[in-house]
Design a protein around this ligand. Structure first.
Ligand code: SAH
Ligand code: SF4
Length: 366
């Protein structure tokens, strides 16, 4: 099968396509490319939400500093080492360490933990803690962190600025990031590439005010940045955030009202334009469509799942959006749900670290 080179016009047409029979062609193409380029394996990442403390005030996220309604926590080093044991018992070879930004944990403590995970346990390690200085990126890279995940959220600059209040509006204490005043995640993504990380980014779909043209530009930016990993999830309104009010006004717009279908389309189009990238079927998708979201993501281009291995008692406080799938589960159940989704999608659980083939190709190793 010859997959056509997608022009921006064709991307736009697919994003606007409503005929389900024609959309089958898109799903077919994405699945075909996925199978040919990254195969049948779905790789698992053990997600540790190690702290919900955050100095930022992103208007969409329940962890924003101004939200006084959640109990803030940071896992102890002992808890985190416990999570590593759980991951290894489940046969998961890679960890994704995620938290709020700026005030989560002492860098020294994290560096020690990362060295332990990489050098003693030989696991792959993804960090997702928001914006850092170049010096911090380098320190984490040197400690063995080999992947970094920083979504640019939307390529529309005005919309980006609107949903990310300037840092001066954030709580004090985020001085660690003092060497940059603007939120320039694109620059950081390029820096991460320079530092030899496997670079992951992505967007939310259905942000109030987002347009189909914005989504086309998101896809073009994925390609321009030549990302190794792309995470795409629907925007989920959180009642304790300012953006949820705006969502009420926009919810009948095309992008907001079709955000589940548009998320599948974005996953499928991303697979076609970046055939060998790693693409997760996201938790937000599994939350919006509890029964089928995870599986449909896998069938429409995705090849990664991130079962949550955070101890259950902390999960309800990591409420970036409400009713997040898996909140009432422990690590074993989250793992079982992932394995069951893989079986339902007719695929196999990948063994090993599941490095991005995109990354390996760039390094000349594949
Ligand atoms: N603090 C880090 C990591 C935690 S947030 C950071 O900001 O990068 C991780 C991701 O959760 C964000 O990139 C965002 O895309 C997603 N997210 C946050 N709030 C969300 C919401 N209300 N709906 C959907 N996704 C959300
Ligand atoms: Fe903090 Fe990340 Fe949420 Fe922004 S998206 S408020 S940086 S946790």
């Amino acid at each position: 099968m010859k997959i056509p080179e997608l022009t921006p016009r064709m991307m736009r047409d697919w994003l606007l396509e409503e005929d389900s029979a024609r959309l089958e062609q898109l799903w077919y193409m994405a699945n075909f490319v996925r199978e040919r380029k990254v195969g049948q394996d779905v790789f698992l990442r053990g997600l540790i939400e190690f702290s919900n403390r955050c100095a930022r005030n992103c208007t969409y996220c329940g962890l924003r500093a101004a939200n006084g309604d959640i109990a803030r926590y940071s896992l102890s080093e002992r808890d985190m080492i416990g999570c590593v044991g759980v991951a290894l018992e489940l046969g998961i070879g890679t960890l994704v360490m995620q938290s709020g930004e700026g005030v989560a944990l002492e860098t020294e403590q994290l560096l020690r933990f990362f060295r332990f995970v990489r050098h003693e346990k030989k696991m792959a390690l993804t960090l997702s803690v928001g914006e850092l200085s170049d010096v911090e990126f380098l320190a984490f890279r040197e400690a063995g962190v080999n992947r970094y995940l920083l979504r640019f959220e939307t390529s529309n600059k005005a919309l980006y600025n609107h949903i990310h209040p300037a840092k001066k509006n954030c709580v004090e204490g985020n001085q660690k990031n003092g060497n940059h005043t603007d939120s320039d995640r694109i620059r950081m993504l390029r820096k991460l590439r320079e530092l030899n990380f496997e670079v992951g980014s992505g967007v939310m779909v259905g942000i109030p005010g987002q347009t189909v043209d914005d989504l086309v530009n998101d896809l073009l930016l994925f390609r321009e940045l030549d990302l190794d990993m792309v995470g795409i999830g629907p925007y989920m309104p959180h009642p304790e955030t300012p953006l949820a009010l705006e969502f009420e006004d926009h919810k009948s717009s095309y992008v907001c009202s079709n955000r589940e279908l548009l998320t599948y389309k974005m996953i499928a189009l991303t697979r076609i334009i970046l055939p060998d990238a790693n693409i997760p079927s996201t938790t937000a998708l599994a939350t919006l469509n509890r029964e089928h979201g995870r599986v449909l993501g896998l069938q429409r281009g995705a090849n990664i799942l991130m079962p949550n291995i955070t101890p259950q008692e902390y999960r309800s406080e990591y409420s970036i959006y409400p009713e997040k799938a898996g909140t009432s589960m422990g690590p074993d159940d989250s793992y079982a749900a992932a394995v069951s989704a893989i079986a339902q999608a007719g695929r196999t659980v990948g063994a090993g670290k599941g490095d991005s083939l995109r990354y390996l190709a760039r390094k000349g190793n594949h």
